[in-house]
Design a protein around this ligand. Sequence first.
Ligand code: NAP
Length: 249
Amino acid sequence: MARTAIVTGAARGIGAATARRLAADGHAVAVLDLAEDQAETTAKTIREAGGTALAVGADVADETAVAEAVDRVAAELGAPAILVNNAGILRDNLLFKMTADDWDAVMGVHLRGAFLMSRAVQSHMVAAGWGRIVNLSSTSALGNRGQANYAAAKAGMQGLTKTLAIELGRFGITANAVAPGFIETEMTKATAERIGVPFEDFLAHAAKEAPVGRVGKPEDIAAAVSFFCSEDAGFTSGQVLYVAGGPRA
Ligand code: NAP
């Protein structure tokens, strides 16, 4: 059945691949990102492929902007039934160099953003008696050097997911998390630049570390998100699926 989906941080990377995949699954997709013109790039690709998409500019950490964005999606595409909390940022640093702003910025986008978006869409899902929420966690939730803020946020996404599953299950709403390993995107490219390693070398090293012998593509994550959003996944809730080319990568 065709539904309305919102994917945050969908101008590029995993979010863009997920938006394209959910559109290919038959859903109308709101492509949400900070800059509407960048979100439009993904939305245009979806429309050119025959799908339905709306570009929406909003900061997921801004309570007013989130409320307005969800209202706009409901008015222009239909009541949102699927939410993918994908928007994310990095502010990596070893603990002794990490600033409070680095901490707050990461918590703001990942956790406050996922909380605000989930709270804003749940009333539509409850009214419909059907909903799917998928949160992007990470293998970094298990701990990662230089990522005290990001690891805490991504572990927090797992706690948020399980609580949403418990609270919202009775309304036909499931909540699950996908925890990617190393995926080739602008985010991992920025990490390579920050530590001064050519991206090709960074990719080769990550591929060697992964049991499947390659790094992930955004489409690998989109496929897992697609399952959690499907009709068939109605009895699957509160789960964390590591998509990392191995048990952890
Ligand atoms: P990406 O290429 O950096 O894309 C993230 C997108 O989120 C960007 O378009 C960015 O917009 C947007 N965004 C940032 N802050 C936002 C905000 N406040 N409101 C709305 N949109 C915002 O990242 P990615 O690699 O695709 O990662 C997507 C998700 O997967 C993130 O949650 C990330 O933590 C998670 N993840 C990634 C990996 C990986 O290896 N790549 C691994 C594990 C988990 P701007 O460009 O305007 O900043």
